[in-house]
Design a protein around this ligand. Structure first.
Ligand code: URA
Length: 183
């Protein structure tokens, strides 16, 4: 047996106990940020980068969102960040998620949000989050408005924001509005 074969056998032997990581489609992205955050941001679903890194809003959209938050003089890491769907939807499309599965995910999100101890402002990002948290349709119509809703039995302000992915997809004219939504 040559050295390489011997090494490969040792390596295989060492790896045999380590279970392979779950397929990307089954990996869950847990929320990030402190449970006593004042601001809770809720996106639509984890994207590929989020699934890779295991935290919400760390990909391209997330970086843009974090820029707006910083421009408003706030610290992104001080915000609680979560998603309606903690996983990458099949085919990366929200429309592929069955209604029953979506309702279940919204219920789970509501439970997670109810554990926040000091939240004062809830920020749904994008249409799905707007609909799930406020029951409203049309993010461009509702963005920047201040609504009231309840989180864990407590009244909080709710300020919907356009999804940064829309700006990245070419709706550059919305960037200014998104920036203003955070001021
Ligand atoms: N888009 C979202 O809605 N959430 C993320 O975490 C990343 C991108």
């Amino acid at each position: 047996m040559d050295r390489l074969t011997a090494l490969l056998q040792i390596t295989r032997g060492a790896l045999v106990e380590v279970p392979p990581p779950p397929p990307v489609a089954e990996r869950l992205v847990p929320p990030s940020g402190p449970l006593d955050a004042i601001i809770a941001i809720v996106g639509e679903s984890a994207g590929e980068t989020e699934v890779e890194e295991g935290r919400p809003f760390c990909g391209k959209s997330g970086q843009l969102l974090r820029k707006w938050i910083r421009q408003a003089g706030l610290k992104p890491e001080a915000c609680y960040m979560d998603n309606i769907l903690s996983f990458l939807p099949p085919g990366k499309a929200l429309k592929n998620v069955p209604k029953a599965a979506l309702s279940l995910e919204i219920t789970k999100l509501t439970e997670r949000l109810s554990r926040l101890t000091a939240v004062r402002v809830l920020v749904p990002i994008g249409n799905l989050a707007l609909q799930a948290l406020l029951g409203l349709e049309g993010i461009t119509k509702h963005r920047g408005s201040v609504y009231t809703t309840t989180v864990g039995g407590r009244q909080v302000a709710c300020v919907p924001c356009i999804h940064p992915a829309a700006v990245l997809r070419g709706q550059a004219q919305w960037e200014r509005r998104c920036f203003l939504d955070w001021q």
